[in-house]
Design a protein around this ligand. Structure first.
Ligand code: SF4
Length: 432
């Protein structure tokens, strides 16, 4: 769990985004601190209303980057002029608001509290399917709070999912420390069965997003899982499998319980089974035993597998963990590696968004965005923003067909294809 410091500039809507980030960070067990110097991660939620504000944002970003281990820049200026921070040599990750909470980790998994109950938030239903993990990563402090895997029966989770849909959920987010090992404690991994049953036994129009699943757990069920994704439109073609390093030596020192080849196998299986899908992964840069060759191996793996969502975390020591006892790398080395990987990430993610422009997608409107916009997700869980939502008659819970008209570094804009295409039921295909 990390200590974070957050600063917000600009309008009420931007402040609302910060409140949302803070709520999600608090729910995940992270702690807020008052100064950047006391934080593991500083978050700057920017505004870009006038040129003078932009200069102030760049100046403040530079100060924060010097004061803290990691800086995340989000908000309007980050999204509209993300490259300005790199141009000004500010060492920061530029992220969409929604991606900030996941990035505020040390590569640790999300925390699922014991006996967590489903939560309905707008049209999004959060369904924790299990707690705990089967790993013992050397840098992780979350494990101490959550313990071994404890999986309720599939039937119980199906009923919780049904209750969420009956209560109005259109998107069910399946969560856990490591969803891929659901059922491990019972001798049988049951994520594919759970997804199959949710997709076939629950009436209604909804989609399901599978949360973080470590490669070690997914590897043994990769074919079954990809087949369930391919068979059911209800399940987003989206997998978050954090590899953390492209070097087997570093993975062993992290005690990650997977090898790079297993991650490659998973990507290959999903590529072979699914048309369009989104790979999300995480890398920790600057782990104490990572040398230059290891770092290059991570860069090569990113280039090769081209995930469309990537969390890059600069390693920082968490008290009480085994990795905290290792002699750390120099701050400049960690900064240089983090900057190089963040630049590569922006190229890969930018290319993916560029390729969406001009395509048509069937989307679910999931929540309101800033101003009069709505956030929508296509079948591969790629986010697109539709502006002037009121004019288009779009609100959370609607399904629509849209055409992507433009993109900025980390997100895409779209317009409904026509008013008749907007209805209350799912449309047929994904992209052209
Ligand atoms: S998989 Fe590793 S990082 Fe995740 S909770 Fe378990 S020990 Fe921590």
């Amino acid at each position: 769990m990390a200590r974070y410091h957050i600063e917000t500039y600009g309008c009420t809507s931007n402040r609302g985004e910060s409140r949302d980030i803070e709520r999600r960070l608090r729910d995940a067990g992270h702690h807020k601190v008052e100064t950047a110097a006391d934080a593991d991660v500083a978050i700057l939620n920017t505004c870009t209303v006038v040129e003078k504000t932009e200069r102030n944002m760049l100046r403040r970003a530079k100060e924060l980057a010097d004061e803290t281990a990691d800086l995340i820049v989000t908000g309007c200026m980050a999204l509209a002029q993300g490259e300005a921070f790199a141009d000004a040599d500010v060492d920061a990750q530029v992220l969409h608001w929604d991606d900030v909470p996941e990035a505020v980790t040390n590569g640790e998994c999300p925390t699922t509290t014991p006996d967590a109950e489903p939560i309905l938030d707008g049209v999004v239903g959060i369904l924790p399917i299990a707690r705990g993990c089967m790993s013992n990563c050397s840098y992780c402090i979350t494990k101490q709070a959550t313990g071994r895997v404890d999986s309720p029966p599939v039937e119980e989770n199906v009923e919780k999912a049904r209750a969420l849909v009956h209560a109005g959920a259109k998107e069910i987010r399946i969560t856990g420390q490591d969803t891929g090992v659901y059922g491990w404690d019972t001798g049988e991994r049951k994520l594919p069965e759970l997804l199959e049953r949710i997709a076939t036994e629950i009436e209604g129009e909804f989609r399901v997003r599978v949360g973080m699943a470590n490669p070690g757990g997914v590897h043994g069920i990769r074919e079954e899982l990809a087949a369930v994704f391919a068979e059911h439109d209800e399940i987003y073609n989206f997998l978050h499998a954090p590899v953390q390093s492209g070097s087997d030596d570093v993975l062993a020192d992290m005690r990650r319980q997977h090898e790079v080849s297993q991650y490659r196998d998973i990507v290959e299986t999903f590529n072979d089974t699914l048309g369009e899908w989104t790979l999300s992964t995480d890398f920790i840069v600057g782990f104490p035993t990572e040398d230059d060759d290891d770092h290059e191996a991570s860069m090569d793996l990113l280039r090769e597998t081209r995930p469309e969502k990537i969390n890059v975390t600069r390693f920082s020591k968490r008290p009480g963990t085994d990795a905290a006892e290792l002699k750390g790398l120099g701050g400049q080395t960690k900064k240089d590696r983090s900057k190089a990987m963040t630049e590569l990430k922006m190229d890969v993610v930018g290319e993916a968004h560029e390729s969406m422009v001009g395509t048509r997608r069937d989307v679910l409107v999931v929540e309101e965005g800033t101003g009069d916009s709505v956030k929508c997700y296509d079948g591969a869980y790629r986010q697109v923003i539709v502006q002037n939502a009121t004019d288009h008659g779009l609100e959370p819970g609607d399904f629509a067909t849209v055409e992507v008209t433009s993109h900025q570094t980390v997100y895409a804009f779209a317009e409904p294809v026509d008013a008749a295409a907007v209805d209350d039921g799912p449309a047929e295909t994904t992209a052209d």
